[in-house]
Design a protein around this ligand. Structure first.
Ligand code: UDP
Length: 466
């Protein structure tokens, strides 16, 4: 009997590729044939060897019209436009190649990133069921009333207006305007990204299932609200990274999803440090900082006197000035390690790590929760503001860094988190959530049970189509 064939298509960004890849590996290990769709951008970053060597796990690369990494990181709008305009036709061609029911070549379903909903249209044309995977579910609800901010202009920002409480988002209590995702907290109703996100969310609702990389205990109120508002079946199967930890090594390691070369030496460096002594600083794959912010951060971390591992991507600073001044380098030489990219999950799982300074991307947040590491959040854009609010006030696993970052504040917050009373409370909560995540993915846990259900339903789709 032929294996059911699932086509997986993430957006070409690290935080989107990782969860889709995790789900693809889980399905592969349960007998599905996988076609994983990369784009030119991803392929250029990863190189040929990334295409893996697993029998029955195939990669296909489609055009995306994106320029090379350094040129596009700061222009998110151009990124979204390029992907949505350029990927549709090549994806349709690919599906025509893969899906020939009359010759017995059938795609059972497409699992698509919620930023790639053009795939829904293609799926519909071909008669293939489509599932959506969303990184974080809260933006879905934030978009329900679409006209909330249109009476404000730029001058409102900083005047306390952002502290205005929002009471109309179902399932999300005590939210303020500042907690809304950066994409939707805009003053221009014609803003491209706002409208892109609205369209993608609306399109996602046409899928037959929506899959979330979260777990019931963590977001039960929001999930309840979503389930009562939206008709498609909602599946919560996260943290996917923890579900994947149970996979055999050949599946885990044969296919990589990192866009850049991981400097694995940092793990050896961590081995030389005491338990819960090192601060880990990483601002994710896309965000940028000003040179001044980088300096303030660096002095704040240096003055805290704790050992630290800091990932500074070559394109982290706007304009490309990522070099730290010599006096600072001399100061941190003894106790800091700087790398350009690391195996983040291994780092967060390392016993020496005590604190994570992060932009609060959804994957980083979930990874931190999964390994019980408390966070200091410095949100920048997308869903980061909302994730930060939940991490700080709902789950109690984090404190927030002011947008106008100053070295003294960084130093004070690090001290509080490492040895202060609030730090102790946050640490306890982080361990509690780690336990909760582990329960969710164990046999009988909510995410484990839902994943089993999802696998059964996908297998049945194959039976129906055969
Ligand atoms: N990541 C990594 N090494 C790094 C930085 C990031 O492996 O040095 C991974 C990280 O583990 C996470 C993803 O890249 O899975 C980033 O996604 P996230 O949603 O946290 O943030 P984004 O980069 O999308 O802002």
């Amino acid at each position: 009997m032929k294996k059911p064939h699932v086509v997986c298509i993430p957006a070409p960004a690290q935080g989107h590729i990782n969860p889709v890849m995790q789900l693809a590996k889980l399905l592969y290990s349960r007998g599905f044939f996988i076609t994983f769709v990369s784009t030119d951008f991803t392929h250029r970053c990863q190189g040929q060897e990334s295409l893996g060597c697993l029998d029955g796990f195939r990669f296909e690369v489609i055009a995306d019209g994106l320029p090379t990494v350094g040129e596009m990181m700061e222009d998110f709008e151009a990124f979204l436009k390029s992907v949505s305009v350029n990927c549709t036709a090549p994806f349709r061609d690919l599906m025509r190649k893969l899906h020939h029911p009359s010759d017995g070549h059938r795609v059972t379903c497409i699992i698509s990133d919620a930023f790639m909903t053009f795939s829904l249209k293609v799926a519909e044309e071909m008669g293939v069921p489509e599932k959506e995977i969303k990184r974080s579910l809260k933006n879905l609800l934030g978009l329900s009333p679409t006209t909330f901010f249109l009476d404000a202009d730029e001058s409102y920002i900083g005047s306390g207006y952002l502290d205005t409480t929002i009471y109309w988002i179902p399932g999300m209590r005590d939210m303020c305007l500042r907690d809304l995702g950066g994409f939707i907290r805009v003053t221009d109703p014609k803003d491209f990204t706002l409208n892109f996100v609205i369209d993608e969310v609306q399109n996602s609702l046409k899928a037959s299932m929506i899959i979330f990389n979260t777990f019931e205990d963590l977001e039960h109120e929001v999930l309840h609200a979503i389930r009562s508002m939206f008709p498609p079946h909602i599946y919560t199967i996260g943290p996917l990274l923890l579900q994947c930890r149970l996979l055999p090594d050949d599946v885990l390691k044969s296919v990589k999803s990192s866009l850049w070369k991981e400097e694995v030496e940092c793990l050896k460096w961590l081995d030389c440090h005491e338990a819960a002594s090192v601060i880990y600083v990483n601002f994710g794959s896309r965000t940028v900082s000003t040179p001044q912010q980088l300096i303030e951060f660096a002095w704040g971390i240096a003055n805290s006197n704790h050992p630290f591992l800091w990932v500074i991507r070559p394109d982290l600073v706007m304009g490309g000035h990522t070099i730290l001044p010599q006096d600072l380098m001399d100061e941190i030489e003894e106790r800091g390690m700087l790398v350009s990219w690391c195996p983040q999950e291994d780092v967060l799982a390392h016993p020496s790590i005590s604190l994570f300074l992060t932009r609060c991307g959804w994957n980083s947040t979930l990874e931190s929760i999964s390994y019980g590491v408390p966070m200091l959040c410095w949100p920048f854009f997308a869903d980061q503001q909302t994730n930060c609010r939940y991490a700080c006030y709902e789950w109690g696993v984090s404190m927030v860094i002011d947008n106008n970052v100053k070295r003294k504040e960084i130093g004070d917050l690090i001290r509080e988190m490492m040895v202060g009373k609030k730090g102790k409370e946050v640490r306890e909560k982080a361990l509690k959530w780690k336990e909760s995540a582990e329960i969710a993915i164990k046999e009988g846990g909510s995410s484990h049970t839902t994943l089993e259900l999802l696998i059964q339903e996908l297998a049945q789709l194959r039976d129906v189509s055969d």
